[in-house]
Design a protein. Structure first.
Length: 185
């Protein structure tokens, strides 16, 4: 998809053009995008503004597209590798990861394992110099150049992530039922 010899800057421009994005979307007050046919509008928080450029470079390094399943994969990849101090990345990835468990469970699992064996960009944060790397250098830096096999610890981490994401996403529903029951008594 992105030529290994191309600069990350050129690949990101290609990514922007293919998806209707630009670097101005990093600074807009509201994030507007479609998840499949579903239009989504979210506040573009400072945490999201900081995470999004790294997220976009992860798309380039992994080859995961921006389709619904591609977003499921990139979310699993990022959760597997950790989202560092980017709260927005943790939260948004959790929701999309959960969707991936339903829509494409095997691909979501493989992307999570791939992320576990990567060194994603959330660890070191944004540096303008990332744009000057070749795509091949970015892939090597992140560790997306080789296939990986799941270890026992990877499988445990996946199960714990599924449990944590389910608990976090279901908590408001459980709380609402508990409050409703308490108010009826």
């Amino acid at each position: 998809m992105y030529a290994d010899g191309s600069t990350v800057r050129a690949a990101r421009e290609q990514y922007f053009a293919a998806n209707g994005f630009s670097d101005t979307t990093y600074r807009e007050k509201w994030a507007r995008f479609k998840l499949g046919l579903l239009p989504v509008i979210l506040p573009n928080t400072k945490s999201r503004q900081q995470a999004l450029p790294l997220h976009d470079l992860h798309h380039i390094a992994t080859g995961y597209d921006t389709s619904v399943v591609g977003e499921n994969e990139i979310s699993a990849f990022e959760l597997g590798g950790g989202c560092g101090h980017y709260a927005a990345a943790w939260l948004l990835n959790a929701g999309v990861f959960a969707m991936g468990l339903v829509l494409a469970p095997a691909r979501t699992y493989r992307a999570f394992i791939r992320g576990r064996h990567s060194r994603n960009l959330y660890r070191d944060g944004w540096h303008d110099s990332l744009l000057d790397l070749s795509v091949a250098e970015l892939k090597k830096r992140i560790g997306t150049t080789s296939d990986v096999r799941a270890t026992a610890m990877d499988r445990v981490a996946f199960a714990l992530t599924v449990w944590a994401v389910t608990a976090v996403l279901c908590a408001p529903i459980v709380w609402a039922f508990a409050i409703a029951i308490a108010l009826r008594q």
